[in-house]
Design a protein around this ligand. Structure first.
Ligand SMILES: NC(=O)c1ccc[n+]([C@@H]2O[C@H](COP(=O)([O-])OP(=O)(O)OC[C@H]3O[C@@H](n4cnc5c(N)ncnc54)[C@H](OP(=O)(O)O)[C@@H]3O)[C@@H](O)[C@H]2O)c1
Length: 437
């Protein structure tokens, strides 16, 4: 049997401790699958005295993860600290420069420094594996990088944040407000004490930026993502979506267009009958559309110790099975030096259907004025309905419009016009409709 693969793990929190536990519980099965033992020889975390529920006594302890990364005691360095700078970046860089294979679950780090780290890995002839960084346990990286060779991707989209999907699912199922669902998500440990990063779309954007690079062979560009979160989604939107045959999901979407690549994260209406609309709660899903394969959708657990450990261990097992001296495939599917610059398509050029919900004064001529603004901007309507709301003294109406395919620029102009006309009693709501099978 080949020599044991010596693993160094930096970070023994939710994911790190699960990785250690599963490696120990599944040791003989993994040895059979990989043809060699997988042994944790060194670890690092901040607090050496903390009880983590796993036994790391046999592993050498490092206070400094950078020292662990360079240590002669390891063949593979596993980074499970988190963060796009600081110790995580320093130790991943140090490990690659020292010629160690690296496994990481750190989307924030890859979204910011993925390309430069890939350049080092490729120069050194080592692997930089990151399956757990996007959609947790779902093997989407391997699927896109290896199993879909030769396919040209036209669009990739997904539910990439379990917290948002949990909130939207409960809002719809139980008629609760966004705020109440967020509080429950925090109580159950699905949302951080400061949930901004999840609910405003940043976490989805990080993951999307990695998928975009794999899909279109371009450099990662996480700063170039159009982003809207879910905090202004109301029960009125959820109910109207249901009546129209749609469900609201926070999607990350990357799409090749004539003017460049669209990367966008925003609440989206998807047809209730579509497969992605059936993805509920904290579950994640990624759909990839290609010329050869058509549309593929993978769904599964996107976070949590066990699910994330599953992806991390899959990455470690690939390294255990790789042959010494073998030229490894490039980190983002194409050599890092050959990744194209990212060309951003203007959001105003986005084409699609739109849901527009307007709360207007209940007076003669408003409905006609709204319809005229739409027509003036060449927006053709699939449907327009109005409901009475408010009190007798303060009467207002909700007007709900669903457009046929149009442009973002036209919709913004029309809604700005309606706002200037002075007909609105509340902020207009605009939600993009996404085609989904
Ligand atoms: N949790 C998930 O479900 C999930 C899913 C997908 C991806 N990820 C990614 O996985 C990574 C880890 O997440 P997590 O949830 O496991 O985080 P976590 O529970 O906060 O654990 C972080 C670990 O890093 C250690 N650490 C922090 N600073 C350190 C330093 N300077 N030197 C050495 N160790 C240090 C901490 O040590 P102490 O324990 O001593 O404080 C802790 O063990 C992140 O990149 C995250 O985005 C997580």
């Amino acid at each position: 049997m080949a020599e044991a693969l010596r693993i160094g793990i930096a970070g023994l929190g939710t994911v790190g401790a699960s990785v250690v536990r599963v490696l120990s519980e599944k040791a003989s099965e993994l040895t059979r699958q990989c043809g060699r033992q997988l042994v944790v020889t060194a670890v690092s975390a901040r607090d050496r005295s903390r009880n983590r529920g796993v036994d790391v006594a046999a592993a050498k302890w490092f206070d400094d993860p950078v020292e662990l990364a360079k240590s002669a005691d390891i063949d593979v360095f596993v980074e499970l600290i988190g963060g796009d700078e600081g110790p995580a970046r320093a130790c991943v860089k140090a490990a690659l420069e020292a010629g160690k294979h690296v496994v990481t679950a750190n989307k924030a780090l890859l979204a910011k420094h993925g390309v430069s780290l890939a350049e080092i890995a490729e120069k050194k002839g080592v692997l930089l594996n990151y399956e757990a960084a996007v959609a947790g346990g779902i093997p989407i990286i391997k699927t896109m990088r290896e199993a879909m060779a030769g396919n040209s991707v036209t669009r990739v989209f997904g539910i990439l944040n379990g917290t948002c999907n949990y909130i939207l699912t409960r809002m719809e199922a139980e008629g609760l407000s966004f705020e109440d669902c967020l509080k429950d998500a925090q109580r159950l440990g699905y949302a951080e004490a400061d949930p901004t990063f999840d609910i405003e779309g940043n976490d989805t954007a990080h993951k999307l930026s990695i998928l975009t690079s794999l899909a279109f062979g371009c450099k990662i560009s996480a700063d170039d993502i159009y982003m809207e979160g879910i905090s202004n989604i109301s029960q009125a939107d959820i109910r109207a979506a249901g009546e129209l045959g749609y469900r609201i999901k926070l999607l990350g979407v990357a799409q090749q267009t004539d003017s460049g690549i669209e990367q966008r994260v925003h609440p989206t209406m998807v047809p209730t009958a579509s497969v992605i609309a059936q993805v509920h709660g904290v579950t994640n899903a990624v759909a990839v559309e290609t010329d050869i394969l058509g549309e593929l959708l993978l769904s599964g657990p996107g976070a949590g110790g066990n699910a994330t450990a599953s992806a991390v261990i899959g990455d470690i097992a690939d390294i255990a099975k790789s042959r010494p001296g073998f030229q490894h495939g490039p980190v983002f599917g194409r050599p890092a030096k050959e990744l194209k610059p990212y060309k951003r398509a203007k959001m105003r050029a986005h084409e699609g259907g739109y849901f527009i919900r307007l709360t207007v004064h209940d007076r003669v001529g408003v409905f006609a004025a709204v319809a005229k603004r739409m027509a003036d901007n060449d927006i053709s309507l699939e449907s327009i309905v109005q409901h009475a709301v408010g009190t007798e003294e303060n009467a207002s109406k909700t007007v709900i419009l669903v457009t046929h395919e149009t442009t973002e620029a036209a919709v913004r102009k029309a809604v700005d016009g309606i706002t200037k006309d002075g007909h609105l009693t509340d902020k207009p709501q605009v939600i993009r409709i996404e085609r989904a099978g």
